[in-house]
Write a protein that binds this ligand. Structure first.
Ligand SMILES: Cc1cc2nc3c(=O)[nH]c(=O)nc-3n(C[C@H](O)[C@H](O)[C@H](O)COP(=O)(O)O)c2cc1C
Length: 152
């Protein structure tokens, strides 16, 4: 069986505009990610909170490397900071999912934790990874709860 790897990183949002406009862009990132990650055997999760992204990607090394290369070059975010990268025994995220933590949900807390991760105080990303697991488990229904006027 192919060895599984994981990459965990955080980054800062560069998408300008009101929250609705940012959400529309994120929706498009999610659609692309879903398509590509299903094709490439990648699972994981993406969290957006308080102007920061945190993402975990799991899958075969070659697929992960190509995906992460594309993600790093993406001009919709900056300061891509890798917190963890290495082999794993099993997937923690069996599906590809996305969590959005707005101000009414885990937003400020999640945003604060991502900021701490930038500062290198996050225990090698373990706390951020735990938070991603918890938040994604709770909020993966976010997309279902947001009206979708223009799904292509
Ligand atoms: C925060 C963030 C997370 C992203 N996550 C993924 C991802 O998990 N998988 C992916 O294929 N693209 C992801 N993208 C998009 C890539 O940067 C890139 O636009 C995309 O892979 C290009 O795919 P395409 O060649 O099929 O258009 C992400 C972009 C951003 C800004």
């Amino acid at each position: 069986m192919t060895q599984l790897h994981r990459v965990l990183y955080c980054s800062r949002n560069l998408i300008p505009g009101a929250p609705e406009a940012v959400a529309a862009h994120i929706r498009s990132i999610l659609a692309t990610s879903r398509r590509n990650n299903a094709r490439d055997g990648i699972t994981g999760g993406l969290l957006f909170s308080e102007g920061c992204f945190a993402q975990v990607l799991e899958g075969p090394l070659d697929a992960l490397e190509s995906a992460f290369e594309r993600i790093q070059c993406d001009e919709r975010h900056s300061d891509v900071t890798v917190l963890q990268s290495g082999p794993i025994a099993t997937r923690d995220f069996p599906d590809w999912s996305m969590a959005f933590a707005g101000p009414d949900a885990a937003g400020p807390i999640a945003g604060e934790r991502i900021d701490t991760a930038f500062a290198g105080q996050s225990g090698g990303g373990d706390k951020l990874l735990d938070m991603l697991k918890a938040v994604i488990a709770r909020e993966s229904e976010w997309l279902a709860s947001v009206p979708e006027p223009a799904r292509a």
